[in-house]
Design a protein. Structure first.
Length: 192
């Protein structure tokens, strides 16, 4: 979906464009526990619009106090140029366990592109071990001119997300090119 809607406690709540959630490294799955500050929508279907949403101590602001979308403006209501240039205000801790930070080198087995608001996952073979690592928005890889395809040798610095148990890439090196995706606490660098 380009503009997802969630149902919380029986209430339908409209979120934000998928790209805006990805820019904030914010992903939702069925069954996640969330806290949503929402307001009634002016539309006729009786739904609400989310002003901000929190999951695992990470909060993403979606609209200002007047309900105006933050993805169309940047500070003081000025229009942003080009949609994805409007970064989502993100607060809270990045939920990575610093003690779990590890660097491995292996061969790319596959790269699974996400559906909906999920992000791509890299599957890496390191000797006899198969490791699955959440990457980040595809555009970050494209902007860094790094190509991840089966058979490519890569080095991945990753950590375990304490809030989800997933392996999350901090940086990836392939063909002499390194792309940094997140700081060591899990905060994404692509919207700094």
């Amino acid at each position: 979906m380009q503009y997802p809607t969630i149902v919380v406690a029986g209430t339908q709540i409209k979120l934000a464009p998928v790209w805006f959630l990805l820019e904030s490294d914010f992903e939702l799955k069925v069954g996640d526990t969330v806290e949503v500050l929402a307001a009634p929508c002016t539309c006729t279907d009786g739904s609400y619009v989310a002003l901000k949403i929190t999951k695992d101590n990470v909060t993403v602001e979606l609209r200002d106090s007047l309900g105006l979308p933050l993805w169309t403006s940047r500070g003081g209501g000025q229009r942003a140029s080009g949609g994805p240039n409007a970064a989502a205000p993100r607060t809270g801790e990045g939920c990575l366990d610093p003690a779990s930070i590890t660097t491995v080198t292996g061969i790319v087995d596959s790269v699974t592109l996400g559906a909906g608001i999920q992000q791509p996952t890299l599957v890496l073979k390191t000797g006899t071990t198969v490791l699955s690592v959440k990457i980040g928005p595809e555009r970050v890889l494209f902007a860094s001119d790094i190509e991840l395809k089966p058979g490519t040798e890569v080095t991945v610095k990753y950590a375990v997300a304490a809030c989800s148990g997933e392996n999350v890439a901090l940086s990836i090196t392939a063909g002499g090119v390194t792309v940094v995706l997140r700081q060591d606490d899990g905060r994404p660098v692509w919207n700094n």
